[in-house]
Design a protein around this ligand. Structure first.
Ligand SMILES: Cc1cc2nc3c(=O)[nH]c(=O)nc-3n(C[C@H](O)[C@H](O)[C@H](O)COP(=O)(O)O)c2cc1C
Length: 303
C-alpha cells in the first residue's frame, strides 16, 4: 500500500535499516527485508582491517543508547564471501563506506560500486580522518571534496550521511548537494556523551565517550532534517530515534522522504520495520492523507 519510487527503485515502504545495526551478512540483511524493511543499509566498510574499540562498546540507557563501537571492519578487500552472497539478492541495498582521507573514500567506494549495490552511502561522520582527528562532515570544504571525489568514480546514486555535530548541518548538506550528492541521510549518532559508573567512578564505555542514538535524539534529528529540507532540493533519509509510525510521520513532516531505523530494532525487534510501516499506514488512513501530502508539511506557515 505504501509502495513508492525512490530514485528509480521501487520500495515497498519508506523504512530503511540504518547502517551498523545488523552487520553485513546476506542472511541477516535478507531477514530484515522479509520483516518489512523497504531499503537495507550495510555496516560501514573501511579501507583496511580494523578491530574497533574494546568492550564494553554499547550501553542501553532505556531512553536510547550510547555506543563507541569504533567502526570495526574487515576492510573492503576482505569481504569476498559477503560480496559473493549479496550478488544475487531480492532486496534493494545501500553499501556504506568510510575512509581516513579523500583518496581512501574514493578507493573504497569505487571498489564497492563494482559489487553492484543499489546505492552507495558515505559515512562522513567518522573521526579518523586526515584532518587531525576531525570529522569530514563538520567542514564545508572537506565534505565537498570527499563527495565530488566519490561521485566521480561511482555509477549508482550517492547518499551522504551527516553528523549533528556540524555547527550548521544545512550548510554542509548544501555543500554536498553542490558536489553531486543525490541524497542526504541525517543523522548519525549525536553527542558524544559519557556515562560514569558512580560506584567504580569510571566511565562505563571502554572508549569513555560514545555516540547517542534512540528516542533521546529524535528532536535533534527532526531539527536537522527540518533545516536541511529548507536548504537543499535532493531527497533526505531522516533517522535518529525513529521508533514508531508517529515518529516516522513527524520526521517526514520535517522533510524526510524515507525513514531510517536503527536503535529501535533493539527496542521493538527485527519486525519493527513492518510495525512502523503499518502504524504509518493507519495514521495516514485515519487522517485521510498520503505520504506526499505530509512531506515537509511542517514548513507551511502557521495560520
Ligand atoms: C551500535 C551502532 C553502530 C553503528 N554503526 C554505524 C556505522 O557503521 N555506520 C554509520 O554510518 N552509522 C552507524 N551507526 C549510526 C546509525 O546508523 C544511526 O545513524 C544512529 O544510530 C541514529 O539512528 P537511531 O537513533 O535510529 O539508532 C551506528 C549506531 C549504533 C547504535
Amino acid at each position: 500500500m505504501m509502495t513508492l519510487q525512490f530514485l528509480g527503485k521501487t520500495l515497498k515502504n519508506p523504512t530503511v535499516l540504518a547502517s551498523g545495526i545488523l552487520g553485513n551478512s546476506k542472511d541477516i540483511l535478507e531477514r530484515v527485508y522479509e520483516n518489512g524493511c523497504g531499503l537495507v543499509t550495510m555496516k560501514s566498510i573501511g579501507p583496511a582491517p580494523r578491530d574497533g574499540h574494546k568492550n564494553p562498546t554499547v550501553l542501553d540507557l532505556g531512553h536510547g543508547m550510547i555506543n563507541a563501537v569504533g567502526l570495526p571492519s574487515p576492510g573492503y578487500l576482505n569481504m569476498e564471501n559477503e560480496w559473493k552472497n549479496l550478488e544475487q539478492r531480492d532486496f534493494p541495498l545501500i553499501a556504506s563506506v568510510y575512509g581516513g582521507s579523500v583518496r581512501e573514500y574514493q578507493m573504497v567506494a569505487e571498489f564497492v560500486c563494482s559489487k553492484k549495490p543499489d546505492f552507495i552511502e558515505i559515512n562522513i561522520s567518522c573521526p579518523n580522518s586526515e584532518q587531525h582527528g576531525m570529522i569530514f562532515g563538520i567542514n564545508r570544504q572537506s565534505s565537498h571534496d570527499v563527495v565530488s571525489a566519490v561521485k566521480s568514480v561511482i555509477n549508482v546514486p550517492l547518499i551522504v550521511k551527516l553528523t549533528p555535530q556540524a555547527p550548521d548541518i544545512a550548510d554542509i548538506a548544501k555543500a554536498c548537494e553542490g558536489a553531486g550528492a543525490d541524497v542526504i541521510c541525517a543523522i548519525n549518532t549525536a553527542g558524544p556523551g559519557m556515562v560514569i559508573d558512580i560506584e567504580s567512578r569510571m566511565p562505563v564505555l571502554a572508549f569513555k565517550k560514545g555516540g547517542l542514538s534512540g528516542p533521546m535524539i529524535k528532536p535533534i534529528a527532526v531539527r536537522c532534517v527540518f533545516d536541511i529540507y529548507k536548504a537543499v532540493n535532493i531527497p533526505i533519509i531522516g533517522l535518529g530515534g525513529i521508533t514508531t509510525g508517529e515518529d516516522a510521520i513527524e520526521i517526514i513532516m520535517a522533510g524526510a522522504s524515507l525513514v531510517g531505523i536503527g536503535s529501535a530494532v533493539r527496542y521493538r525487534g527485527i519486525d519493527v520495520f513492518q510495525q512502523v510501516a503499518d502504524e504509518m499506514d493507519d495514521w495516514l488512513s485515519t487522517h485521510q492523507l498520503s505520504l506526499k501530502e505530509i512531506k515537509g508539511a511542517a514548513h507551511k506557515e502557521k495560520k
